[in-house]
Design a protein around this ligand. Structure first.
Ligand SMILES: Cc1cc2nc3c(=O)[nH]c(=O)nc-3n(C[C@H](O)[C@H](O)[C@H](O)COP(=O)(O)O)c2cc1C
Length: 353
């Protein structure tokens, strides 16, 4: 039987948004930590939660109370978008392989820090009227030293141009900024959406136009871009050229795409979504390599951008891997769902984080 986690995978995304997070109380006291800065803003720690798990303001506040200080509000759009049909989130067994297909499993490891999973939500979004007012009240509910990062994405229209898409990104970013978001993250990568926004960061020209348009719209508000791994060095070079001087930081990685299958070989999320994003333990090593190598590339070119690391951080050691690799901040994507006290544990031992 599945233990009670903060997100109930047996219920719809909407039900989780309405009733979650399902967290046990009381809350362990959060250790006091000294202030430091992230993107020039004062923060209690450079530990947080990546876009996805924090479905709305109630989720943000629940995890803020558990010591996470960089809280990413799940990716929102300029129009409401329903979630893909269930299942949306399954546990996986990678059989020890770093690439190739993985198999869905009902077996959860006794040691939850070993857990890996796969998601297919399709980047659902609340109606903008709803998220704009929710962001506003969430920002004012956070304590000094906690930052809300609002993740936004443009929605491509059929036969729409890249300029239309850039306008839509900018519209969402402007709304988020008007609602008081101190930091905006543009999601330039999502392996679960069968449309051009899925791999935007690999198209340097499109990336430049989108990021330029967002920057013009939001002025000096700190801007992060969320990306995935690069298939080749040349793609990374082009990407860095396209965002240089326009963004304040880069968040990586957004899942790693692999076929996710049932034991009989059929795709778990349906034929249209055979290859989706996997996360958790199985992507940690790859994510550390991607972050460290991007840090070296930034340093070589003298580019001053913050590096926000994501990918399988489930223990203090995983977080340390990222800081050692040159990350300026570390976000957990899936682990706070089943390890909600991770920031508290990390802060106890590492108040300097
Ligand atoms: C439930 C869930 C939903 C997600 N939705 C988004 C999303 O809307 N936008 C986004 O940029 N990333 C999304 N992600 C990806 C995470 O931000 C993160 O990049 C990924 O989970 C890898 O981190 P992890 O290995 O720590 O889980 C989602 C992840 C989860 C678990």
């Amino acid at each position: 039987m599945t233990p009670q986690f903060a997100y109930d995978v047996s219920r719809t995304w909407e039900a989780n948004a309405e009733s979650g997070p399902f967290l046990a109380s009381p809350i362990t006291p959060v250790p006091e930590t000294p202030m430091k800065t992230f993107l020039g803003l004062p923060v209690r720690s450079r530990l947080g939660i990546a876009a996805g798990l924090l479905l709305n303001g109630r989720w943000v506040r629940a995890y803020a109370e558990r010591g996470f200080d960089l809280l990413t509000y799940k990716t929102v759009r300029s129009a409401a978008r329903p979630c893909h049909p269930m299942p949306n989130w399954v546990w996986i067994d990678d059989s020890g392989n770093a690439s190739g297909p993985v198999v869905a499993t009902g077996a959860i490891p006794g040691d939850l820090t070993r857990l890996s999973s796969a998601v297919c939500f399709g980047m659902p979004s609340m109606h903008p009227e709803h998220w704009r007012s929710d962001v506003r009240s969430t920002v004012s509910a956070l304590r000094p030293g906690q930052l809300l990062i609002v993740s936004v994405v443009g929605t491509p229209r059929e036969s729409g141009s890249i300029e239309d898409l850039a306008d839509d990104f900018a519209r969402c970013a402007t709304w988020a900024s008007e609602a008081g978001a101190p930091v905006i993250e543009a999601n330039l990568s999502c392996p679960n959406v069968c449309s051009s926004e899925g791999t935007l960061y690999l198209d340097a020209d499109a990336t430049h136009r989108v990021v330029r348009r967002i920057r013009d719209a939001i002025g000096r508000v700190p801007l992060l871009v969320k990306i995935g791994v690069f298939p080749a060095e040349v793609a990374r070079q082009r990407f860095l050229d396209s965002v240089s001087g326009l963004v304040d930081g880069i968040t990586l990685v957004n899942c790693i795409a692999r076929p996710v299958l049932q034991p009989d070989g059929s795709p778990v999320f349906g034929e249209g979504f055979r290859t989706v994003g996997v996360l958790g333990r199985t992507i940690h090593e790859l994510s550390v390599v991607a972050v460290a190598s991007l840090r070296q590339a930034l340093d070589r070119r003298g580019l001053r951008m913050a590096l926000v690391a994501v990918g399988g951080a489930s223990t203090r050691e995983d977080i340390a891997d990222f800081f050692r690799g040159g990350a300026d901040a570390v976000l957990c994507g899936s682990s706070p769902m089943y390890l909600p006290d991770l920031a508290i544990e990390a802060k106890r031992r590492h108040p300097e984080w």
